[in-house]
Design a protein around this ligand. Structure first.
Ligand code: FMN
Length: 233
C-alpha cells in the first residue's frame, strides 16, 4: 500500500462498509471467491493454520481451504490426523487461520473450535483427488522423520504396489480405486471470530472484528448472533 503524499490521501483504498454488516461471512465469501476467480497467486485458497501443540507451544503451517459452509459457518481443510497438526488438534481442538491476498491488500483472520468432518465427506473428497495424492496419503507418515529422500520415494513406490495400483493404467488416466486411509480426512474450523482487514494509504487500514457464541450441538455447533466492531489498525 502506497505512502500518503497529502493528508487528504491518508486511509484511501478499499474500506469496509461504514455501517458494518451483521455478519462478516458474506464479505469473507466474496473476497475468497474473487481471489479464486482472479487467481492472482497459484493457491488463493491457501491459509496459514495455527494450532497449539500438546505441550502448549504454538505451531503454524499452510493448508488449503477446500470448502466454506456459510450456514452454520465453518471452513474445511484436509490432512493427516496423525501428523503434528493432527496431534495438536487432538490435544487442543481449536485453531486460527489467516488468509492473505496480497494482490488485493486484504487479510482475513478466523478463529474457532475444530471438529473432524463426517467420514462420508472425507471419502468423497479423497476419491476426487488424483491417484498420486491418494497413494501419498497412505505412504506418508506425516511429520515423522525419514532417513533420506530416496527412502521416501521407495516408500511411495512400495505403497503403490501394496495398494495394487496399476501404474501404466494410472499414468494413462484410467480410474484407480483406493480406499481412504482412516488416518486421513477433513477438519471443520467453526467460525467463532472473524476479522476482515483491507489496506489503506499511509497505513490507515480498515479493520473490523466479529465474534459469536458457539453452543455444542449434534453435528458440531449451533451459532449465536454475530457482534462486530471496527478496530484500530
Ligand atoms: C501451498 C501449500 C498448501 C498445502 N496444503 C496442505 C493441505 O491442504 N493439507 C496438508 O496436510 N498439508 C498441506 N501443506 C503442507 C503443510 O504446510 C505441512 O507441511 C504439512 O501439513 C505438515 O504439517 P504438520 O507437521 O504441522 O502436521 C501445504 C503446503 C503448502 C505450501
Amino acid at each position: 500500500m502506497a505512502k500518503a503524499r497529502t493528508l487528504g490521501e491518508l486511509g484511501r483504498g478499499e474500506t469496509l462498509p461504514d455501517r458494518l454488516p451483521r455478519s462478516p461471512v458474506p464479505i469473507f465469501r466474496s473476497w475468497f471467491d474473487e481471489a479464486q476467480q482472479h487467481k492472482p497467486q497459484p493457491n488463493p485458497n491457501a491459509m496459514t493454520l495455527a494450532t497449539i501443540d500438546p505441550d502448549g507451544k504454538p505451531s503454524a503451517r499452510v493448508v488449503l481451504c477446500k470448502g466454506i459452509a456459510e450456514d452454520p459457518g465453518f471452513l474445511v481443510f484436509y490432512t493427516n490426523y496423525q501428523g503434528r497438526k493432527g496431534r495438536a488438534l487432538d490435544a487442543n481442538p481449536r485453531a486460527a487461520v489467516v488468509f492473505h491476498w496480497d494482490h488485493f491488500d486484504r487479510q482475513v483472520r478466523i478463529e474457532g473450535p475444530v471438529t473432524r468432518s463426517p467420514e462420508s465427506e472425507s471419502d468423497a473428497y479423497y476419491h476426487s483427488r488424483r491417484w498420486e495424492s491418494r497413494v501419498g496419503a497412505w505412504a506418508s507418515d506425516q511429520s515423522e522423520p525419514i532417513e533420506s529422500r530416496e527412502a521416501l520415494l521407495n516408500k511411495v513406490r512400495h505403497t503403490a504396489e501394496r495398494l495394487g495400483v496399476d501404474l501404466a493404467a494410472a499414468v494413462g488416466g484410467q480410474p484407480i480405486e483406493i480406499d481412504r486411509p482412516p488416518h486421513w480426512g477433513g477438519y471443520r474450523l467453526w467460525l467463532e471470530r472473524v476479522e476482515l482487514w483491507c489496506g489503506g494509504i499511509g497505513r490507515v487500514h480498515d479493520r473490523a472484528g466479529w465474534s459469536r457464541t458457539l453452543t455444542p450441538a449434534k453435528d458440531g455447533f449451533e451459532p449465536g448472533p454475530w457482534s462486530g466492531t471496527r478496530l484500530q489498525p
